[in-house]
Design a protein around this ligand. Sequence first.
Ligand code: SAM
Length: 469
Amino acid sequence: MQTYKRQAVPMTWDFPESNVFAVSAICWKNAVKYSADNLEATGRLTCGYGFAKQSDAATQKMSADKIISTDPPYYDNIGYADLSDFFYVWLRRSLKSVFPDLFATVAVPKAEELVATPYRHGSKEKAEAFFLEGMTQAMHRLAEQAHSAFPVTIYYAFKQSESDGVDGNASTGWDTFLDAVIRAGFAISGTWPIRTELANKVSGIGHNMLASSIILVCRKRSTDALTATRGDFVTALKSELPAALAYLQRGNIAPVDLAQAAIGPGMAIYTRYSKVLDAEGKPLSVRDALTLINQTLDEALTEQEGDFDEDSRWALAWFEQSGFAEGEYGVAETLSKAKNTSVSGMVEAGILASKGGKVRLLRPNELKADWDPAEDKRLTAWEVLHQLIRALEGTGEGAVAALVAKLGSKAEAARELAYRLYMLCERKKRAAEALSYNGLVQSWPEICRLAGETDKPKPHRDRPLPGQE
Ligand SMILES: C[S@@+](CC[C@H](N)C(=O)[O-])C[C@H]1O[C@@H](n2cnc3c(N)ncnc32)[C@H](O)[C@@H]1O
């Protein structure tokens, strides 16, 4: 049975073996089935043949004039070589005579592995320098050898985490990797979010995991690219990123992946120039460029707030400060004046509780369960979104679909609001709420499909079915 549920060999505190007699996902029967399925599927392959060759990415020659799609190691995420030893020592015993070159060494070769592990290189700084240098060399090999008519596509599914950037915005893994790609002479012409992970692996928050893989589409940077100032770069970001963001949202990208996916259009602007110079005439680093991209993304999402009704704009501002916790009535009242609404109106609308000088937003599970949008006289995007979450988490996609069918185009504003709230929760480290907003957007295609079925006229009972007249 699968040895690695995670890419690590943890201590198992209960049973070291899966239960031979159990009928569950982890059982003897499935262990045999999974292996058999693989053999069977491999046997069915008729579309040409596969070819495997091992080579160090930093020095290889095999990619010359090829179309390249590559899945490189993610900074310090996984120690593949160490983990491989677990299997290697056994495979070597049985297969050394068949593949003498492959099993020449006692353990898996580690020195060339492109991974930023301090224990192998002596310190965090040395590990980072090793990764940057090696990855730049590897990318260089690709950039100079790849077939010039096709872009090189690079899988990068490592989530930028907010905690390890000095400014809280860019992560070492991402900026070191992008730095290597750009230094190697590539320009980034876009990003494609592609769903590659099993649904049971998607946990998104707190696990440095994405719902999709982000594919960077790269081409060789043109030699006559112009130099730009930081101001030019920011102006281009502000004019181009909102449209790119709207495009990604139309494609229903999971909110958890939005910031990664926006790196593509942002970096496309950055790498359009040979250099971006700051006020002192020094080149703007990839890290600074990423910070500016994240800021512009945040601004673009904030600008979308203009599309929401007054109550929702009030709720957004309140939620940013207090979440679902209580706050002072006076503060709520002042904010409501600024947003052109009123506390009493929102209490009436069913999104707010106001008692004893305190005010708080109602959580989804506190909202009216028999809510009917057709009867609602003060329908707001905020209420719609949280009602949909209540229905999704309480009953499931079918219940949400029934509401969406009644709401028609009004449901769309709720989906937009979910993106905004997800980003806000991620920044404020409100993981539980973030999961709810992400979950709703991820279920959206299925909800719309079910809502479409609700809309279709049902076959009439009295009418005979075709062929039964
Ligand atoms: C993200 S994984 C690829 C996983 C693969 N796509 C799969 O689905 O199994 C990155 C791979 O790069 C390999 N790698 C690390 N350093 C390398 C180097 N210098 N040359 C070639 N491959 C290297 C790692 O051993 C690892 O297998």
